[in-house]
Design a protein around this ligand. Structure first.
Ligand code: PXL
Length: 281
C-alpha cells in the first residue's frame, strides 16, 4: 500500500522551503502527501525584502472541518512553521483529528536559527510551539530551536556530551525520538544527532560541510528523513540518507552560484536520494 502523509507547514511562494520542498521530496519518495498551509507568504522571511504574509489560521479551521468528515488516514503527520499561538492551536486541532493509533507525528519546531527567532515568530509562539512539540513522536529542532524548547540559551557549538544531554532533555519533554540538526564537531563536517528514548540509542550522521548559510536546509532534511522512515529505513539510516542528501544539495547550489537565500537546488539531486532509499539502483 502506498504510504500517506499530511504536511502542515507554510506555503512560501519563492525561496524554496516548507511546502515547496516537502511536497516534491515526499512525492519523489513515493509518498502520497496532502498539505494544509499555516500561512501564505510571497517568500520565506529569511533575508528577502517586502515579504507579503497572509495568516491562514481561519483556513486551517476550514480544512479541519472538511477533513474531519472525509475518510482520511495518514501514516504520518508532519508539522512545521507556525506564526502565532492561535495558529499553533489550530494546528493542534487538525493534528488531533488526523492522528490515529500508529500515525507517526513529526513536529519541526520551525522557530529560528543561528541563535535568534525567525522574523514573524515571537516568544509567545515559541512557548506555544514548545507545548505542541511535547505531543509529537519525533521532533526535529536545530540547535537554536533545541535551546528554545528547553528554555535555555542557545549553544551553537556544543560538544558531543552536550549534544547527548540536549537529546535526552528534549526526549524527556515527551517525544520518543529526537533529531537535532546543524551539529558539527569539526570544521569540515556537519550533520545531525538522533536519540530514541525507547532503545536509549544515540547516533550521529555527518557529511561534508560547505561554507555559508543556505536557506531551507532544515525542511529538506525533515522531508528526506520522513521519506526514509516511511520507506522502511531505520531511524539512523534515514538520518544518514537525509544528511547526505542535504549536503549534496548545498554543494550543487554552491556550484550553480545560486543566491543562498533562494533555497537549495535540490531537484537534480533527487535521484541520489532515491538511490539511498533503494527506490532506484
Ligand atoms: O525554513 C524555515 C522557514 C519556514 N517558513 C518560513 C520561514 C522560514 C525561515 O526563515 O521564514 C516562512
Amino acid at each position: 500500500m502506498q504510504k500517506t502523509a499530511a504536511a502542515i507547514h507554510d506555503f512560501s511562494g519563492f525561496g524554496k522551503c516548507s511546502l515547496t520542498v516537502i511536497l516534491p521530496v515526499l512525492s519523489a519518495a513515493g509518498i502520497a502527501c496532502s498539505a494544509a498551509p499555516t500561512a501564505i507568504l510571497s517568500s520565506h522571511t529569511g533575508g528577502l525584502p517586502n515579504v507579503y504574509v497572509q495568516d491562514f489560521t481561519e483556513g486551517l479551521h476550514g480544512f479541519t472541518r472538511q477533513w474531519t468528515e472525509l475518510p482520511l488516514s495518514f501514516d504520518a503527520i508532519y508539522t512545521g512553521y507556525m506564526s502565532s499561538p492561535e495558529q499553533v492551536e489550530a494546528c493542534a486541532e487538525l493534528t488531533d483529528v488526523l492522528r490515529k493509533p500508529g500515525t507517526l507525528f513529526v513536529a519541526d519546531p520551525a522557530l529560528g536559527d543561528n541563535g535568534s527567532l525567525y522574523s514573524g515568530v515571537n516568544k509567545a509562539t515559541a512557548s506555544a510551539m514548545a507545548r505542541f512539540c511535547c505531543r509529537a513522536d519525533l521532533i526535529l529542532p536545530n540547535l537554536t530551536e533545541a535551546a528554545l524548547l528547553l528554555g535555555e540559551k542557545p549553544n551553537l557549538s556544543p560538544t558531543r556530551a552536550e549534544v547527548e544531554e540536549l537529546l535526552q532533555k528534549l526526549a524527556a519533554l515527551g517525544p520518543r525520538r529526537v533529531a537535532i540538526t546543524g551539529v558539527s564537531f569539526s570544521p569540515r563536517k556537519i550533520g545531525a544527532a538522533c536519540y530514541d528514548a525507547l532503545s536509549h540509542e544515540t547516533a550521529f550522521a555527518f557529511a561534508p560541510c560547505m561554507e555559508g548559510h543556505y536557506h531551507g536546509t532544515g525542511d529538506l532534511f525533515g522531508a528526506a528523513l520522513l521519506g526514509g522512515l516511511l520507506r522502511g529505513l531505520q531511524f539512523r539510516e534515514a538520518m544518514q540518507a537525509a544528511v547526505s542528501f542535504v549536503s549534496r544539495c548545498v554543494w550543487r547550489t554552491k556550484q550553480n552560484g545560486t543566491d543562498p537565500r533562494f533555497g537549495l537546488d535540490f531537484e537534480e539531486e533527487l535521484p541520489f536520494y532515491l538511490h539511498a532509499l533503494s527506490i532506484i539502483v
